[in-house]
Design a protein around this ligand. Structure first.
Ligand code: FE2
Length: 281
């Protein structure tokens, strides 16, 4: 049950820690969703105008902290997003990535991360209804932790680059939909918070399936966590070119912080200190 101060209950925190995800219903209103969809319409139209449809194959993504999407960008500093995120990954956690995507296709089973020294949570919401027959996100509860996480790697549930189907599905004759999981049936305004180590997939997609994410990273504490964060900065610098079309992750408009929001101020100095701002430029 949601609390008035937007805090997760002890049971919700336990749910996230044990199962690797927690669902929050009706976090945003239909008026707020209309604003997000409006921004999404405009941004998508602008990107489609300047990009090669052959190359994108019905998949477009962009970053939120840009002047074209001010409302979506502002949600990062909304307590409904940062309060639960800070509860789960620490008061000193940092939102390194936030973006929106419009995708036509589903995606086979995979974890976003395999490095257990990184603790990243994704606040994910779909801007249109989803269910089992319509592109819903599926997650394998508990697969953010070993041994389940690495067991799924061992049986090769994920398809390798260049492969059409996962080795495991191919050999077993199962479909991706047959894998035991939790299905996130969602209405716009619902949020699922995921640990990025969790195995997930989406099937039976539809045209212009819209998703919006706000990712918070744990501030590294151990030497191993520090090393992993350094790798993350490098990775961002390498992949930045691929997102050229989606604007900047940290647009000067956002870095200006005109209202002098103290939380944003702390985030910006951390992001600059670690080299994220420079890497993403
Ligand atoms: Fe993913």
């Amino acid at each position: 049950m949601a609390q008035k101060n937007h805090k997760l209950t002890e049971e919700q925190i336990q749910h996230f820690n044990v199962f690797g995800f927690v669902v929050r219903r009706n976090v945003f209103s239909s008026e707020e969703l209309a604003k997000m969809n409006d921004e999404c319409d405009r941004r998508l139209a602008a990107i489609q105008e300047t990009s090669d449809p052959e190359k994108n194959q019905g998949s477009y993504s962009w970053f939120n902290r840009n002047p074209e999407t001010p409302f979506t960008s502002s949600l990062l500093e909304d307590p409904r997003i940062y309060v639960p995120s800070e509860q789960l990954v620490g008061d000193d956690s940092i939102p390194i990535n936030t973006g929106t995507g419009s995708v036509d296709e589903g995606i086979d089973w995979h974890p976003d991360r395999q490095d257990h020294h990184m603790c990243i949570l994704k606040n994910l919401m779909y801007l249109r209804p989803t269910n089992a027959d319509r592109g819903a996100l599926r997650v394998i509860p508990g697969s953010h932790k070993d041994p389940m996480h690495k067991e799924l790697l061992r049986i090769e549930l994920n398809s390798k680059p260049g492969e059409k189907k996962s080795h495991y599905l191919e050999k077993s004759g199962l479909r991706g939909e047959d894998i035991p999981c939790y299905i996130f049936n969602s209405n716009p305004g619902d949020i699922i918070i995921l640990n990025e180590l969790i195995w997930h997939a989406a099937y039976s997609s539809y045209k212009d399936r819209r998703l919006c994410y706000f990712n918070f990273y744990r501030n590294p504490k151990s030497p191993e966590q520090t090393e992993s964060m350094r790798k993350e900065v490098k990775k961002l610098a390498e992949t930045n070119g691929a997102h050229e079309i989606g604007g900047l992750q940290y647009h000067p408009w956002w870095l200006e912080n005109p209202d002098n929001n103290p939380r944003r101020k702390r985030w910006i100095s951390w992001l600059k200190e670690w080299g994220f701002v420079e890497s993403a430029a």
